[in-house]
Design a protein around this ligand. Structure first.
Ligand code: ADP
Ligand code: MG
Length: 682
């Protein structure tokens, strides 16, 4: 095959499009073949390169089929070690190899020496036939991540061809390159693919070598450039500038039985200032479970309706959307504002009238699920889109709500999340967003006492539950997660409900799970909220947003199977009122180290930010971005957490480049985001 064809085949196998992709396909580790070890020093335990001549080769069939080759020093060694020899064995081989490995053939081998049946031996070393005096490589040999059927040899050839042929020129203006005090791009990739033998291998492996840092910087810079560019493009779009809505806000606040927390007040001012500008807001509101995001969302709607525009509020599930709807009605209807409900389950006349109110621009505020972004829904005066629990939607869905407005003016967008984003991630993946943080819970909340209890003590827990509920309070029982099958999950949930209902005849025991119809779910939730049910048996559908202040006890079965963020969210369902709250984490063996650590963190930590950080360490950034972010290019080389200094530099450099070196921006993005990939988040 021609060189180009070989390279094409390699690219295809790895799923790459261009030579640059190969240049950025970096080694996992290296082998040192730059030195020959004399045969007599090839002792068991060492990984070495040796050269020798075959003195004997034998095709054996017992105890198994194998080719055993005996090798002697190619040049006479010292008189003290006249008979240096080494065996090597092949267990898989073909006729060609048998023909090749004949006495007299001269070989160079690389591999680990082990103690063998006949003496020191190598099993399946890498070998090749050589002529006397064949030069040794001058650099370390890279070992690449690869896929089945693609050999290291083919990969090495393709990469070195790519290095020779593609454009490795510097993308950064000299002033910046100099300030970084890191090697140039070309120098860095050449070193990483073929380091000199005296390189600091430890630094290469830990990826702290200046060559590594240069690539990490370039990658972070591409991310920042891409995100900042989106933010700038948005700043050129027009949005309706809203009046302050101060009167309505005053009336809402004075009707509440409590005052805003300082954090709510600050965040509300940030949002109000954004809404007053003639460019679309693009803001993430993050706050731990129970920090009072719903009220902030309600306040955000006020300037919008006061200015004659519509607001749409979307949540990921019917239960959540329904709760939002109830809250917003409770707060906003007394002000004379119209709040319309729209969900898939809404049918017939009710649906038609909701749709016509929205489409005619009469509905001032619409609350609902994905139904809001479906065909046929059309807000003639959409001024603000609010997406609750934003990480449970994909980027496209979040943007789809905003797109429901008329094209001339772009609506403002407020995204809310109870999964706090650690600072490093906020600075990297969310660099195009403005972030507001509710870092304070409403007063009077007490930390939720969290207890980790073995499954064998379940009967005691049930007895405690009875006393607790007979005392007038309410509780949740969360059923185990059955990952393999929804059917099994349902079965386990139904069984738990039946068991608890039988064990607690004096209590009203309700049930909600994911397979129930929306109206059934709503009926159960309403009964629970009204206090007609004492105990609510549930699957993790109650994970987010459910708000029943009288419920102060939660039991979670098989907590060891759940993730940190999920457990923290679940636990946040209690501790909403002023009563003492408890969360009981029931666990069973076997308990993995990670599970043990999760349970310990939950018992000791109550702060969502601290938990999110631990989660980031345990699971990586993907979890924070939402599961359905297809096409999201993750950082491959840099880690925002450990490379915070580079991230900081890249952030500053990005704005400077966008202002002063648009050509460099294009060149840099062409190298790092070649396939039209994008770090866009919405
Ligand atoms: P989340 O941020 O998790 O969505 P919610 O908006 O559901 O939290 O608020 C949790 C509870 O706290 C609700 O019952 C809400 O009415 C109440 N709440 C909100 N703000 C305050 C406040 N400033 N003082 C007291 N209670 C508040
Ligand atoms: Mg909420």
């Amino acid at each position: 095959m021609a060189k180009a064809q070989v390279e094409d085949a390699v690219l295809r196998r790895l799923g790459y499009a261009t030579q640059t992709d190969l240049v950025l396909h970096l080694p996992l580790r290296y082998e040192d073949e730059t030195r020959l070890t004399p045969l007599r020093e090839a002792r068991p335990g060492r990984t070495v390169t040796v050269e020798g001549v075959i003195v004997h080769a034998e095709l054996q069939t017992r105890p198994r089929r194998q080719l055993v080759v005996e090798l002697a020093a190619a040049e006479p060694e010292t008189a003290a070690h006249p008979a240096a020899q080494l065996f090597f064995r092949l267990l898989h081989f073909n006729a060609g190899q048998v023909a090749q490995l004949r006495p007299g053939a001269r070989l160079r081998l690389h591999g680990e020496v082990r103690p063998g049946f006949y003496g020191a031996e190598m099993v399946h070393p890498r070998y090749r036939l050589v002529k006397p005096g064949t030069p040794l490589p001058e650099t370390l040999t890279p070992v690449y991540p690869t896929v089945a059927g693609l050999s290291q040899t083919a990969l090495r050839k393709a990469v070195s061809l790519a290095l020779a042929q593609s454009d490795l020129s510097e993308t950064l203006p000299p002033a910046l390159a100099q300030r970084l005090a890191l090697p140039a791009f070309a120098e860095a990739v050449r070193l990483l693919h073929a380091p000199p033998p005296d390189v600091d291998l430890d630094a290469l492996e830990r990826r702290t070598h200046p060559a590594w840092r240069r690539l990490k910087f370039d990658e972070l810079l591409a991310q920042q450039l891409s995100l900042r560019r989106h933010a700038r493009a948005r700043a050129t779009l027009s949005a309706p500038a809203m009046q302050s809505g101060g009167d309505l806000a005053q009336r809402l606040l004075s009707a509440l039985p409590f005052a805003l927390t300082r954090a709510q007040e600050r965040v509300w001012q940030e949002i109000r200032a954004d809404l007053a500008r003639p460019h679309p807001m693009h803001r993430l509101l993050q706050g731990d479970v129970g920090s009072g995001k719903t009220l902030v969302a309600a306040l955000a709607c006020l300037p919008v309706v006061a200015s004659g525009w519509q607001a749409a509020v979307m949540a990921p599930t019917e239960i959540l959307a329904e709760q939002l709807h109830l809250k917003l009605r409770e707060w906003l209807e007394p002000l004379g504002l119209g709040v319309v409900w729209l969900a898939a389950a809404l049918k017939g006349k009710a649906r038609a009238s909701a749709l016509s109110a929205i489409n005619a621009g009469q509905a001032q505020i619409a609350v609902g699920t994905h139904a809001l972004i479906q065909e046929g829904v059309d807000f003639p005066r959409l001024g603000l889109a609010i997406v609750d629990e934003q990480h449970r939607f994909g980027v496209e869905q979040r943007l789809a709500l905003r797109a429901k407005g008329r094209p001339a003016l772009t609506p403002h967008l407020l995204m809310m999340s109870a999964t706090p984003i650690p600072r490093s991630l906020a600075m990297s993946y969310y660099a195009d967003l403005d972030v507001s943080t509710l870092d304070e819970l409403p007063p009077g909340r007490r930390p939720i006492a969290t207890r980790v209890i073995h499954m064998t003590r379940r009967p005691e827990v049930i007895a405690r539950l009875r006393d607790y509920c007979l005392g007038g309070a309410q509780a949740y029982w969360v059923c185990p997660l059955v990952e393999e099958s929804e059917k099994l999950q349902l079965k386990a949930t139904l069984a738990a409900h039946a068991e608890l209902a039988a064990a607690l005849p004096e209590l009203g025991v309700g049930l909600v799970h994911g397979r129930m119809k929306a109206e059934e779910k709503a009926a159960v939730m309403t009964a629970f909220k009204a206090g007609r049910l004492h105990l609510l048996v549930a699957t993790t559908v109650i994970e987010v947003g459910v708000d029943v202040p009288n419920a102060g006890l939660m039991v979670i079965e098989h907590a060891e199977r759940m993730g940190l963020a999920q457990l923290h969210q679940l636990r946040g369902r209690v501790g909403r009122g002023t009563r003492e709250s408890t969360c009981i984490l029931l666990y069973a063996e076997p308990l993995s180290d990670a599970a043990r650590r999760r349970l310990r963190i939950l018992r000791e930590q109550h702060d969502g930010f601290a938990i999110a950080r631990e989660d980031l360490l345990l699971r990586g950034p993907g979890e924070f971005m939402g599961a359905r972010q297809s096409g999201q290019p993750w950082l491959r080389f840099a880690d925002p957490e450990t490379d915070l200094d580079l991230l900081d530099t890249a952030r500053k450099a990005a704005d400077w480049l966008l202002d002063h070196h648009p050509g460099a921006v294009e060149r840099h993005l062409a190298r790092w985001l070649p396939k039209g990939l994008d770090y866009l988040r919405g």
